[in-house]
Design a protein. Sequence first.
Length: 315
Amino acid sequence: MSLDISVIVPLKNEEESLPELVAWIDRVMQENNFTYDIWMVDDGSTDSSWEVIQRLAAADPQHIKAIRFRRNYGKSAALNEGFRAAQGNVIITMDADLQDSPDEVPELYRMIVEDGYDLVSGWKKKRYDNALTKNLPSKLYNWTTTKMSGVALHDMNCGLKSYRKKVVKSIEVYGEMHRYIPVIAKWAGFSKIGEKPVEHRARKYGVTKFGLERFINGFLDLASIMFIGKFGKRPMHLFGALGTVFFLLGFGIAFYLGFAKIAFDRYNMTDRPIFYLAILFMIIGSQLFLTGFIGELVARNAPERNTYLIEEKIS
């Protein structure tokens, strides 16, 4: 039987909120006559979250499914495993802390099914987070990501999102890259990405699980995504171009010094500091070129080297 919706809930140490969240999701699904399941992915909880999940699943085995990690791997890993397991035609992700409202699900579902979006991201216009530690850094992060990726969203990292099934089955999420799923989806060819203002609720139980280090890790992962998306299958285009520029710059300086020595014979080439800069540029250029060759060898021998997402095929 085909399911309308699969809800993926990554969590860590959210024992107090889980019963209320499940009851809320169930009420929304019943009111809208959706067929659904809920995948709860326990990312190494140290409280009694797993015991709570077991009780919920025993009470409603038709709808409650669960995955438990042996240790904490991070939200990206939890989402990736949830994506693998989910079989709904539309996939909804939301956090377990009750800050995301399940009442948003019907409209997120409609935007995928009726409006034809591949992915719809929530936008928490009014937030209840600390302005200094979360709001301002998030605005800077969203602005930077939009400028670098071309994906114009106000709240890239909102946990409340909806996806067409083929999107989550076509992408891989790891590291801290859950923040950039819209960017990953765009590079995979799913360009119809929408945004919906959603309700953001104050945290009811527990404390946030994220620290300031997420901004440093997030920037590094953004750089990785941009590189892989543009040059993952053709690394020589980047390293070869940079290597050529550096080598020609160094060679040009060396040629000028050699010409000046022959024409004017006023000084030794090695007496000028710029000579060593020329040597450095040529060495860097050669190293970048060799890096490009090595990258091409790795890319051409990777099992995914000729794997491409095909939208339609007529034969």
